[in-house]
Write a protein that binds this ligand. Structure first.
Ligand SMILES: Cc1cc2nc3c(=O)[nH]c(=O)nc-3n(C[C@H](O)[C@H](O)[C@H](O)COP(=O)(O)OP(=O)(O)OC[C@H]3O[C@@H](n4cnc5c(N)ncnc54)[C@H](O)[C@@H]3O)c2cc1C
Length: 348
């Protein structure tokens, strides 16, 4: 591990100031991702700014227009909060489908938003090619072992291409937040701003090294959960297909919510995990369901729209059909008001 300095922030403004003063500094939340990456020599921060004592960022509160979740709220506290379970069960289910109880006890909301891909070529600094880890070095995954990789929205210029990256965002929480139109609250040297979760994470484009639109000198202070998302509470389901029943990242996940009006669908929440560099949303798929009955035929049409243009690789082409099946099943269970108790295992 590289030598680094350590400092403890006593106020959000102080953390922002320290970030602005050092372009190689990094914030330390629960450390469950960053410290792993430092041990692997993938992340080499000059300074760790420990924000875990910023108690003002550690609360969940009801606010005008919804709920505010502080950036330091632990994943387990968020998942098990009474209001969250009642109003945003999709979020609670997604969180409980992630990692393990021990990890969730440490992992923070801000850190989860910022967690990095689990692409093997990114994680292993002994491997030469990874445009995300070493911009311009190429991509080992595109013609290598690409089982967990993207099938939508990736940049593929071949293994030697300077922008090729088929990594995925590995988070479960982010998928539910995107489906529910949550908004990230940010503090920086120029003040405060907000950004919808759907715009927070990036597609690869020409910058595979960047996962999000957060600037280096900005701190996530919280997440706003809109009150309007409560309309999906009665009919929502988070479905996670993975190689093991627990303690495994998603091959494909679906956050599905329906607002019903009698026998027809009034509005839809949909996001996919494990298929793209960001939580994948599809307005076309959501629109395809509006005004229709909650039937398999409706859900199949939406699944086809969501996966339009998908491209698979040697080891992950199965994800395209798997994602379609997962969309249909997640909405079927959501429509039944199954309520869900976490995630489903699925052998792919
Ligand atoms: C074995 C294992 C299995 C896992 N399985 C899953 C899974 O199935 N599903 C899933 O979703 N996740 C899974 N995870 C990932 C886990 O959810 C993340 O490691 C965790 O959410 C990261 O949160 P943290 O607070 O520990 O972040 P840290 O490791 O502290 O930080 C991660 C990044 O976020 C930045 N950061 C932290 N806080 C802020 C902030 N407030 N503002 C701006 N930047 C910030 C840090 O600088 C760093 O770059 C797994 C992890 C492990 C180790």
């Amino acid at each position: 591990m590289n030598p680094f300095a350590y400092e403890r922030a006593t106020a959000p403004e102080g953390a922002v100031h320290s970030l602005a003063a050092d372009k190689n500094a990094k914030l330390l939340g629960g450390g469950t991702n960053l410290v792993d990456l430092m041990k692997q020599d993938v992340e080499r921060p000059s300074t760790l700014i420990d924000i875990t004592r910023l108690s003002a960022l550690a609360h969940i509160e009801a606010v005008e227009g919804g709920h505010r979740v502080g950036a330091l709220v632990r994943n387990s506290d968020l998942a098990n909060d009474g209001d969250v379970r009642k109003t945003y069960p999709l979020l609670s289910q997604a969180l409980l489908a992630g990692a393990s109880a021990q990890l969730r006890n440490l992992a923070t909301t801000g850190g989860n938003l910022m967690q990095r891909t689990r692409c093997y070529y990114f994680y292993d600094s002994a491997l030469p090619a990874c445009n995300k880890r070493a911009p311009g070095s190429g991509c080992g995954a595109v013609e290598g072992f690409n089982r967990v990789h993207a099938v939508l929205g990736q940049t593929d210029e071949g293994p030697a291409g300077a922008h090729t990256c088929i990594a995925t965002n590995p988070s479960d929480m982010n998928v539910a937040l995107a489906a529910l139109h949550a908004v990230v609250e940010i503090s920086g040297p120029k003040g405060k701003r907000t950004m919808p979760v759907r715009e927070f994470h990036r597609l690869v484009g020409k910058t595979p090294q960047l996962d999000t639109n957060l600037q280096h000198d900005e701190l996530i202070t919280g997440v706003h959960l809109p009150a309007s998302a409560a309309k999906f509470a009665a009919n929502s389901y988070y479905l996670k297909a993975r190689d093991r029943q627990s303690y495994a990242f998603a091959l494909v996940s679906v956050a599905a919510g329906l607002e019903m009006d009698g026998g027809s669908i009034k509005s839809v929440a949909l996001a996919l995990g494990g298929v793209a560099h960001k939580p994948w949303t599809s307005e076309a798929a959501e629109k395809a369901m509006i005004g229709k009955p909650a039937t398999e035929e409706t859900f199949k049409a939406a699944a086809a729209a969501a996966m339009q243009g998908a491209k698979g690789y040697e080891h992950n082409a199965f994800k395209i059909e798997l994602a379609k099946s997962c969309i249909v099943r997640a909405f079927t269970l959501a429509a039944q008001g199954t309520g869900n108790h976490g995630a489903e295992g699925a052998a792919a």
